[in-house]
Design a binder for this molecule. Structure first.
Ligand code: F6P
Length: 459
């Protein structure tokens, strides 16, 4: 039997308008939705953490435990303060920024007397999860731990339950040694020791695995076993979601506002690593350097809310909105709005836009995998050209048939957009077909199987 661990579970709750009733919020983000589909009906246990007061209330009422769709849910209640320290400050501001190389080094991070209690919170969070997993796991069970929220869990579980086989899978990149060295020495060492406690550690691509191993080498510590296994979309579920009436209506609405113009589409969480602002600036440069596209193309930017408790994320969303507005104002005409920006979460609309795209822009600064880069080729009805950052994990698989960009090079991205829009129909179709075949070669189930295989190698 398998026990999975993730921060976000398949079900979280919010308080209703009356302030007291609980409303379920469906799983958000690629990881929780992929795991939910994979574990459904298997009888696996899924340990996840309460993400606030509504989840804790739901846990107290038993709404987050027991059988849900053939998955045994087990919540780990965490108080607000500890959760904020562990999730907001350490996981999403410190570790996320470290692994994605997002630190603005002249100013941040600052590891001071205010940050240290947050590190204690991260330890307490890992400890609480280790307690629950230790209590819930059957003798010799395989434990599949997902993501950077649990860097310390390997060692904690090895100490408490040496009978378990533990596998960690990281959905982000892993920092290069120079970036891990930005963390306080004791913190970096504790993270590596925590990770070394897992029986195996998995990554979406070889580049992140190499960074991980290089960090161990630089620290002179023995590394755990590693493996590479890129996640893939669930083909059937994706097809179902894209075939809904909501998606069809969204396609009509989009077409009504863009007319028959060419479409450069992107669909992301509103997240600094996704590099949305440089994407907008590249589009602006395309329109300036190649004015023949003015009036003939629309950039559809779908960026749905994420981690809104973080000031940096809110500031980034404001930068995206401001940049889009400025470009629309500077270059738009009465007949043509160059950019359509939508910042609400609408899965049907995102899938419709991916299907309609002439060009799909995926230009993250650094990204564990980027599932959208794989969803696009599966959904495309228009031989969409993929413009892909060489710093996305998906580059290893999709690079040969995408147009690659250095995510920092705005002018280079503008030229890649021009090349994509100018590409002849035969080449577009050939590339789109090969991309689709590459994506179809793997399923989400392969990814889960690879984790179980890594566990089997150890036991
Ligand atoms: O990409 C990394 C990741 O942690 C995914 O595993 C997850 O689906 C996504 O970011 C969203 O994160 P959160 O649960 O913090 O909204």
């Amino acid at each position: 039997m398998t026990l999975a661990v993730s921060n976000r579970g398949p079900l979280t709750f919010r308080f209703g308008a009356d302030g007291g009733s609980l409303e379920p919020v469906p799983a958000g983000g690629g990881l929780a939705s992929s795991l939910r589909t994979l574990l459904r009906g298997t009888g696996a246990t899924w340990v996840s953490v309460t993400m606030g007061a509504a989840d804790r209330a739901a846990a107290e009422q038993g709404l987050l435990s027991g059988d849900h769709d053939g998955i045994r849910l087990v919540p780990v209640p965490i108080d607000d303060d500890t959760y904020r320290q562990a999730y907001d400050v350490v996981a999403n501001t410190t570790l996320w920024y470290c692994h994605h190389h997002l630190f603005d080094l002249p100013h941040r991070p600052r590891f001071d007397r205010m940050w240290r209690p947050a590190w204690e919170g991260y330890r307490a969070y890992n400890d609480a999860v280790a307690d629950v997993v230790s209590a819930e796991a059957a003798e010799g069970e395989v434990v599949l731990v997902q993501d950077y929220h649990f860097s310390l869990l390997g060692r904690l579980l090895a100490e408490r339950r040496p009978d378990l086989t533990t596998v960690h899978f990281l959905h982000t990149p892993f920092a290069e040694p120079a970036m891990l060295a930005v963390l306080p020495d004791d913190v970096a060492a504790e993270i590596l020791e925590g990770m070394a406690g897992f029986d195996a550690c998995g990554f979406h691509c070889h580049k992140w695995e190499a960074g991980f191993l290089a960090c161990f080498e630089a620290a002179g510590l023995p590394a755990p076993a590693t493996f590479v296994s890129p996640l893939a979309p669930d083909h059937e579920e994706l097809g179902r979601d894209a075939g809904t009436d909501a998606a069809a209506q969204a396609a009509e609405v989009l077409r009504a506002s863009t007319g028959d113009r060419r479409l450069i589409v992107r669909s992301d969480r509103m997240e600094p690593s996704k590099n949305i602002v440089r994407g907008l600036l590249a589009y602006e440069e395309l329109l300036i350097e190649h004015p023949e596209w003015r009036g003939n193309v629309v950039h559809v930017v779908l960026a749905y809310p994420s981690r809104q408790g973080l000031a940096d994320y809110l500031a980034y969303a404001a930068d995206v909105a401001h940049t889009a507005e400025r470009i629309n104002h500077a270059l738009g005409t009465n007949e043509w709005q160059p950019i359509i920006l939508r910042t609400d979460d609408d899965r049907g609309r995102s899938l419709a836009a991916l299907a309609m795209a002439d060009v799909l822009l995926v230009n993250p600064v650094r990204d564990g995998l980027n599932l959208v880069a794989k969803e696009g080729p599966l959904l495309s009805t228009n031989a969409g050209v993929l413009v892909l950052s060489r710093e996305a994990g998906a580059w290893e698989e999709l690079g040969p048939d995408a147009l690659g960009v250095n995510p920092f090079d705005v002018s280079g991205t503008a030229e890649a957009l021009h090349a994509a829009l100018s590409m002849g129909q035969d080449e577009r179709s050939a590339r789109a077909e090969r991309l689709r075949a590459t994506v179809q070669a793997r399923t989400a189930a392969d990814w889960l199987d690879d984790q179980l295989a890594a566990a089997a190698q150890d036991s």
